[in-house]
Design a protein around this ligand. Structure first.
Ligand SMILES: Cc1ncc(COP(=O)(O)O)c(C=O)c1O
Length: 394
């Protein structure tokens, strides 16, 4: 029977490559998984007080549907967090979602009609393009300088048409680790104001930065139509618990979406209530676990970037945040970056993700690896990548 064109166009490179790894595992091979950005799978677990908050909520009987918008205490704590980054909002401006993924789906479905264009940073986290397509829109990539984390403002301006409805930003970025600086964010706000566009800014890695203090879009948003997506999967190590949020800036242009989008939270009833109590604890309890996680990750980042740059045929810019390296394949003996990744998997049993999975325009010719595994495992996988690269040397 037929399926819709919309659904058949959905791709998710990060998980799509896994089937090849599973085939190898069936043949008895052990795979080094460097493909999924999930800290909890690599041993970075939520702290005990957060786990306890989840257990306590279950034991206290919080096992029913919550209000669709999210429990008030959590919405309040989230508004406080976003205000500390520069916004000036209240709990009414927050909607709790089943992760950023659901928030993204809700926002895109609320603003995109057939043929509308959405600007995405190139390269981008794949669900951005998938949801835009699923809702009938057209993703349009704009250039970002990976070396100095700067969006190409002229490129963005040249790509705005009468069909453009929004500019999406991901800072820190997945897959490049680029973190936009305050002056770039200001310019993006100016463009949104001039052209009457939504700014959708994903800050899920906001506290995972290595070199400079993070500046969020909230600091420069003024009363521009900014919608922030954020969640508890990365900084708060709660990937499998599925909780995130949408934060609306105080902007008159957001009046209509604020009226209509909450209906989507009602039709999906609610997010997991006990997990909302755990998320609350993760914001209000001790925060040291975050700085410990980030200082460990910085060591991983330094190791990975240094070693990759010493390999023949590879160059890698320094990710300023998140937990991904996005090396360029300078000498690719294979037809494409996907083939490179599949050969690396087949020959050395190391699973990474092809760059073109993050957008063909700016992602092709690269691959992404996650630097969450411990130093020993990273060194082991890097030895194998090095052997692989050495095998093509003339
Ligand atoms: C930029 C970005 N946004 C959102 C997500 C998914 O977030 P969640 O687990 O909250 O759905 C990811 C996961 O890799 C991501 O990299």
């Amino acid at each position: 029977m037929k399926v819709s064109k919309k659904v058949s166009s959905v791709e998710y490179a990060i998980r799509d490559v896994i089937s090849s790894a599973i085939d190898l595992e069936k043949q008895g091979k052990t795979i080094d998984y460097l493909n999924i950005g999930d800290p909890a799978q690599y041993g970075f677990q939520p702290p005990e007080n957060v786990k306890q908050a989840l257990i306590d909520a279950v034991k206290k009987g919080k096992n029913f549907y919550s209000v669709s918008e999210g429990i008030p205490e959590l919405r309040e704590a989230i508004a406080k967090k976003e205000n500390s980054k520069g916004l000036s909002i209240s709990k009414e401006d927050i909607l709790v979602t089943n992760g950023v993924s659901e928030g993204l789906d809700m926002v895109i479905s609320s603003i995109v009609e057939e043929g509308d264009e959405v600007l995405l940073p190139g390269p981008y986290y794949p669900p951005y393009a998938s949801y835009v397509r699923l809702h009938g829109g057209i993703p349009v990539e704009f250039a970002v300088d990976m070396e100095n984390s700067t969006p190409d403002i002229d490129d963005i301006k040249s790509k705005i048409t009468s069909k453009t409805v929004a500019i999406c930003l991901i800072s820190p970025n997945n897959p490049t680790g680029a973190v936009f600086k305050e002056n770039s964010l200001k310019k993006l706000i100016d463009i949104a104001n001039e052209s009457n566009l939504y700014i959708i800014c994903d800050e899920i890695y906001d506290q995972i930065v290595f070199d400079e203090k993070f500046t969020g879009i909230g600091k420069v948003a003024g009363n521009a139509p900014v919608i922030i997506l954020n969640g508890f999967s990365k900084v708060h190590l709660m990937t499998g618990w599925r909780v995130g949020y949408i934060a609306f800036n105080n902007s008159p242009q957001l009046e209509l979406i604020r009226q209509h989008l909450p209906k989507l939270t009602r039709v999906r009833i609610s997010t997991n209530q006990p997990v909302q109590y755990a998320a609350l604890e993760s914001l209000q309890g001790p925060q040291e676990y975050i700085s410990e996680f980030v200082s460990e990750l910085k060591k991983h980042r330094d190791l990975v970037v240094k070693r990759l740059n010493l390999m023949p045929g590879i160059s890698c810019s320094n990710p300023k945040g998140a937990f991904y390296a996005f090396p360029k394949i300078e000498n690719n003996p294979f037809k494409s970056d996907k083939e490179f990744v599949l050969e690396l998997l087949k020959q050395k049993n190391v699973l990474t993700v092809h760059g073109s999975g993050f957008g063909t325009k700016y992602g092709s010719g690269y691959f992404r690896l996650v630097f969450l595994p411990n130093m020993e495992k990273l060194n082991f996988a890097l030895d194998k990548i090095e052997d692989f690269m050495n095998s093509f040397k003339p």
